[in-house]
Structures are given as structure tokens and as C-alpha cells.
Design a protein around this ligand. Structure first.
Ligand SMILES: Cc1cc2nc3c(=O)[nH]c(=O)nc-3n(C[C@H](O)[C@H](O)[C@H](O)COP(=O)(O)OP(=O)(O)OC[C@H]3O[C@@H](n4cnc5c(N)ncnc54)[C@H](O)[C@@H]3O)c2cc1C
Length: 482
């Protein structure tokens, strides 16, 4: 053994299966001490008084850490939990516990890199080593057929090169037992939401899925979606859905916190292809995981540019910073049912479909002309599956400041509603006050006469807002000035 004792610092890799840092630590150290830190900086307020981490995401995180601790106990170990800045807490712990090294997974973006670098410096001063491991992607960074700083700007080129010249590494076995030393040290408690300054979210029964954090629930979701409900073989046809648990995998929240490994999903897709069916749908799930990789490597290549208003395209635009319009959007009171229903779903559950995200994001940046970073910031707070690279990367592309050769992607909300919610079922689900309006008319209540609306119990300006963008000009993407 190389070391007598090491700390494995868990971050967005809250699992035991396919965990490179943990796997390596088991090979290289006699004793292992798993640690998790709740970083207070993740729970403060950002611009506009928005919580950096909203209640749904925080709750999911607490559940995931709790599940990690249980699973560690299951293999004769435990998890030390602390509240504090990791770069301050871990060096103190490392000294107290007399560890020789700290192992952790490598992150991509600036805030996280700063923490890693400061921690490495602090440990180095104490003569404690650090080892970091790349592990969040399907294709390992070292296996890319190009240096990461030359990641192709265009997704299709990225995907084709990876598919042709790279292979996905095999998953690593979860350890059967960990040698966790006897220690007097307080193991620490997993805080409640109120300790993090948040209120328990009211769980809407209308949500697509009762998301529950942790590796066990993530693996169970895969089991249900692939094997019990047999949905993978139709994924490509259903993935643009809006209602119900099974139109898409819903793996994102577990992927974001690393409760599921993308390579594990990949191997299960391969097994499904062997044992059940191989078709365009089974491939398409992997295709989407490659999008996830793409945003990660693009973020690695471009650094903090993904958070800047001009994006990686260095495109300067006149974004508005109109708080009133922004809050209309965020609270789902734009008077445009397809936008409002999606935002209400997000606010009530922490989730929104991919179709919904594309539409509401396009509406904010193209129709309202609002600074895209406000949208990204709001999603960061609200999304249960918030992932720094996928979120900021997708927003950048919708805002036309990514390096996409295609023109700025404008989504015509009514056309989209017509394609994906022709009968208005999604609106009826989330905006019950409009539910009596029959058929597609529910998407454009202001096109119906006042008398008719009254007969459906709808009073524009009273129980549902007038649209903040006029229908007649919406195709051109012009917001009504107020
Ligand atoms: C404005 C905007 C913001 C977004 N923010 C996030 C975010 O913070 N976190 C996040 O995980 N996804 C984000 N997405 C991507 C996508 O909407 C979600 O990954 C997807 O809706 C999650 O549902 P699912 O797991 O059922 O997806 P599925 O359709 O089942 O896809 C399987 C997996 O592929 C990956 N994936 C699919 N589409 C994308 C995509 N466009 N970009 C990157 N990865 C993708 C996800 O990991 C997903 O879990 C965003 C998209 C937009 C347009």
C-alpha cells in the first residue's frame, strides 16, 4: 500500500459505483475516510435576491448525502459530514486524522477549481498530498481524440470524432468493504433545510416524478425506466413529451450530483440492446449523454467565458435588465400559457422537460430580450438537476452566444405548442384556471371573445394575466414595451 490513511472528499460524485477516486483510494491506502462538506457559499443569495441553491435542489442534495452515508455504512464505513468551506475544513480534518493524502474528483468550472486549488495549497503546506481524478463524463478526458483545449466547437463534429476514435471505459466496481478507522472524531450531522436557510418545499403531486436523491434511488430509476417499464426502445419518439414520468429518462438530477455514472448508464444501454432491443432510441439516449459531455469539455476549453454575457462567441447584444418582465417570466405570469405552465411546473417541482426549457429560454432571450444570464441564474436556483456546464452551456446556445454555426435559435411558442401540446393537456395540468377553454384555444386565450372567456370562467387581467407579448408580433420576437 502506498498510504496508511487517506481522505476521499465527495463532491458531485455521490455514489459508490464507478467512482475513480474511491476505487483508487481502496487500492492505494489501508484506511479510507470519506468526507462531505456543505459549502455555505452554495446557499447564499445571488443577484435579484435569488437563492443560489433553491429548496428542491437542496433537498435532493441532502437526500443524496444521506444515502451515501447509508451505503457507506453498508460496507462497514461511514461519512464525515461538515458545514464549512472545504478548503478550510478539509486541511483541519486531514491533520487531526493524520491522513497522508486527499483524493477527489476534478471539477470543470472556475468556482469549483478555485476551491480545489486553494485546498491543494493548504494541504501542500502541511505536507499532505492530493490526487484528483477525472470522472464525470462518458468519454474520459484523456481518451478524447483531441486535446481538450481543441474541443470542436460544433457538436456534430465533437460527437463524430468521439464516436469514431474514442471508447467508453469500463465502469469500476463498487468496493465491497472499506477499511474505515476507529476514530473519536464527531462524524457530523446532515443538516436540515432550515440550517441552510431554506424552507421545506411543498411537494406538488402534479410533478413528473417524486425525485428522491441518492445513488440507490438513481439506480432504481434506471431499473424502472429501462427494465420494468421497458421505455428505452421508444425513447426517441417520446423524449419531447411534457407530462408523466416516462417520456424521458429523468436521469439528469442523479447525473448532476454524480449519483449515477454516465458509464454505468452506457453499459446498461448496451445490455438492453443485447437482451431486449437495439434501435435508434437506444442509441439516442447515448447521443444525449454525448451532449452532456460536449458542454463539459466546451466549458473546460473556454473557462469562465461561459458565464459572461458575450459568451464564447464574444457576441455583443443589447440585453435588457427589466426586472418586472423577468419576474413575469420567472413566476409564470406572462399571459402566454405555454411559457407560464412550464415555469409553474419548474417552480412547483424543480423540474421542467427539455422541450419546455428550450421554449421558456428562447422566450426570455428572444421575445423579452432579457439578459440570458438572469435566466441561467434562475434555472441554477430552481432546477433539481442543475449542472453548471449543461445549464450555462445550453443557455449560452439558446442566447446565440455559443459557437453554434446555426443561426440564433428562435422558438415560435405557438408553433411549438401546436407541435407538442396540440390538445392543451399540459396547460390544463398546470393552469387549471384555463382548463375549461376547449382544444388548442387554451394556448391563446386572448384570441377568444370576452363573453366566451367568461363562460369558461376566465377573466383576463383578473384570474389569468393579459399576454405581455402581443400575439400578432410575437413571431418577430418583439416584446410589448410597458
Ligand atoms: C436552457 C436549458 C438549461 C438546461 N439546464 C440543464 C441543467 O442544468 N442540467 C441538466 O442536466 N440538463 C440541463 N438541460 C438539458 C436538458 O434539458 C436536461 O438534461 C433534460 O431535460 C433532463 O431530462 P432527462 O434526464 O429526462 O433527459 P433525457 O432526455 O432522458 O436525456 C438523458 C440525459 O442526457 C443528458 N442531456 C439531454 N439533453 C441534454 C442537453 N441539451 N444538454 C446536456 N445534457 C443533456 C442529460 O444528462 C439527461 O439526463 C438544459 C437545457 C436547456 C435548454
Amino acid at each position: 500500500m502506498k498510504y496508511k490513511r487517506v481522505i476521499v472528499w465527495f463532491k458531485n460524485d455521490l455514489r459508490l459505483h464507478d467512482h475513480t477516486a474511491l476505487f483508487s483510494a481502496c487500492k492505494e491506502s489501508s484506511e479510507i475516510i470519506p468526507v462531505y462538506c456543505f459549502d455555505p457559499r452554495q446557499f447564499g443569495e445571488v443577484e435579484l435576491g435569488i437563492q443560489k441553491t433553491g429548496a428542491f435542489r437542496a433537498k435532493f442534495l441532502l437526500e443524496a448525502v444521506d444515502n451515501l452515508r447509508s451505503n457507506l455504512i453498508g460496507i462497514k464505513a461511514n461519512l464525515i459530514v461538515r458545514i464549512g468551506k472545504p478548503e478550510e475544513v478539509i486541511p483541519i480534518l486531514a491533520e487531526e486524522l493524520q491522513v497522508e493524502a486527499v483524493y477527489f474528483s476534478e471539477e470543470v468550472t472556475q468556482e469549483e477549481k478555485n476551491v480545489e486549488n486553494t485546498l491543494e495549497n493548504a494541504l501542500w503546506k502541511k505536507g499532505i498530498q492530493t490526487r484528483s481524478f477525472w470522472q464525470s463524463t462518458l468519454f474520459h478526458m484523456e481518451d478524447l481524440p483531441f486535446p481538450v483545449n481543441q474541443t470542436p466547437e460544433v457538436f456534430t463534429q465533437f460527437r463524430k470524432e468521439c464516436e469514431k476514435f474514442s471508447t467508453v471505459r469500463k465502469t469500476l466496481q463498487k468496493p465491497e468493504k472499506i477499511n474505515f478507522p476507529e476514530t473519536e472524531l464527531d462524524l457530523g450531522y446532515i443538516p436540515g433545510l432550515s440550517t441552510l436557510g431554506l424552507q421545506e418545499p411543498i411537494n406538488s403531486k402534479k410533478g413528473v416524478l417524486p425525485f428522491s436523491g441518492g445513488e440507490s434511488a438513481g439506480i432504481q430509476r434506471l431499473q424502472t425506466y429501462f427494465w420494468e417499464n421497458d421505455c428505452l426502445k421508444t425513447y426517441k419518439e417520446t423524449r419531447n413529451g411534457l407530462l408523466g414520468p416516462d417520456y424521458s429518462s429523468k436521469f439528469s438530477a442523479w447525473l448532476a450530483l454524480g449519483c449515477l455514472s454516465p458509464r454505468y448508464i452506457y453499459e446498461e444501454v448496451q445490455r438492453y440492446e443485447k437482451e431486449r432491443k437495439k434501435n435508434d432510441s437506444t442509441y439516442w439516449l447515448v447521443f444525449e449523454l454525448i451532449w452532456r459531455d460536449y458542454f463539459r469539455f466546451i466549458s473546460k476549453k473556454h473557462g469562465s467565458k461561459i458565464f459572461q454575457v458575450q459568451g464564447i462567441k464574444k457576441h455583443v447584444d443589447n440585453w435588457r435588465k427589466d426586472e418586472k418582465l423577468f419576474w413575469n417570466w420567472a413566476e409564470g405570469t406572462t399571459g402566454i400559457p405555454f411559457v407560464d405552465s412550464n415555469m409553474r411546473e419548474l417552480n412547483a417541482t424543480g423540474f421542467m422537460s427539455n422541450r419546455g426549457r428550450q421554449n421558456v429560454a428562447s422566450f426570455l432571450v428572444n421575445d423579452l430580450g432579457i439578459d440570458w444570464r438572469w435566466g441561467a441564474m434562475y434555472f441554477e436556483s430552481q432546477l433539481i438537476d442543475y449542472d453548471v456546464c449543461s445549464n450555462w452551456g445550453n443557455w449560452m446556445y439558446v442566447a446565440g452566444v455559443g459557437n453554434d454555426p446555426r443561426e440564433n435559435r428562435y422558438f415560435n411558442i405557438l408553433k411549438q405548442a401546436n407541435n407538442y401540446d396540440k390538445k392543451g393537456e399540459y396547460i390544463r395540468h398546470w393552469i387549471p384556471e384555463l382548463s375549461k377553454i376547449p382544444g388548442f384555444d387554451i394556448h391563446q386565450p386572448d384570441s377568444i371573445t370576452k363573453n366566451e372567456l367568461r363562460s369558461y370562467g376566465v377573466h383576463l387581467g383578473a384570474n389569468y394575466p393579459h399576454p405581455i407579448v402581443a400575439f400578432s408580433i410575437r413571431e418577430k420576437g418583439v416584446a410589448v414595451k410597458n
